[in-house]
Design a protein around this ligand. Structure first.
Ligand code: ZN
Ligand code: ZN
Length: 254
């Protein structure tokens, strides 16, 4: 029986916008005592080489060569995730869904990395659209984890998240994840505010650790997310681990 190790459910390699090869991610995780994943962007609208069905197969073929969980980070706003056939899907140990772009009430999309918001878009309207998009993702996307649930454009990161998010919006986000069985990622890169994580845990939403690492000093380092989970009293072995808890990809079925 080996001791419990934290699983980093979210890290990038040179298959997308990470700086490290898969072998380097695996080696760094080993040095940190973390179970590694590679979860590169699988999207036609993200910085990645994994942007077609053929490329997805090649990506998974490469990950098969390493002792690493085979993940993928899929953009909700891009259609590629809808096109993955079940036989390919089962090759992923787990999948992340991301709101890299959110949909406004009028149907327009706004990127979650936009350095400026459209002039007429208030913080409140952005957050209303963020939560509505989160609910749509939870309804539509059969993923295991919502990546960085609190990612917002840089101008909104200046606002205290306790003011940016209403408690009602937090409750809606948590309900959507609970009903769809999607885990809430505690991201090292975009740390969520504790009030929201506490609310998710209290509602029975599973929590996942994610470095979202792209560089040597980031990948597989989940010490801050793990510290938050422990502060909230979450047992280590309740943190999402695809091999322990299964996956909606079907990787561990039958
Ligand atoms: Zn992301
Ligand atoms: Zn990522």
């Amino acid at each position: 029986m080996t001791a419990w190790q934290p699983t980093d459910c979210h890290a990038h390699s040179t298959h997308s916008d990470g700086a490290l090869t898969v072998a380097e991610v695996v080696a760094i995780a080993a040095s940190l005592g973390t179970r590694p994943s590679v979860t590169d962007h699988v999207s036609r609208d993200a910085p990645t080489n994994v942007s077609s069905l053929v490329a997805v197969e090649h990506y998974l073929d490469d990950l098969d060569r390493y002792p690493v969980l085979r993940g993928g980070e899929f953009c909700w706003h891009d259609a590629l995730w809808r096109e993955i056939p079940p036989s390919t899907l089962r090759r992923f140990t787990h999948r992340l869904g991301s709101l890299h772009s959110i949909r406004l009430a009028d149907g327009q999309f706004v990127r979650a990395f936009a350095l400026e918001l459209p002039p007429s878009l208030t913080a409140g309207a952005y957050m209303a659209a963020h939560v509505a998009s989160l609910e749509a993702l939870a309804n539509e996307m059969p993923v295991d984890i919502l990546a960085h649930p609190t990612l917002v454009p840089p101008p909104l990161r200046q606002i205290d998240p306790h003011d940016l998010w209403t408690e009602q919006q937090e409750a809606r986000a948590v309900t959507a994840l609970k009903q769809s069985g999607i885990a809430f990622e505690i991201s090292a890169r975009y740390p969520p505010h504790e009030r929201l994580v506490r609310r998710a845990a209290a509602a029975g939403v599973r929590l996942a650790l994610g470095s979202d690492g792209h560089r040597r000093d980031q990948v597989a380092n989940v010490s801050e997310p793990l510290a938050m989970a422990r502060r909230l009293g979450i047992p280590d072995d309740a943190l999402y681990d695809p091999e322990r808890h299964g996956s909606r990809t079907g990787a561990f079925d039958g």
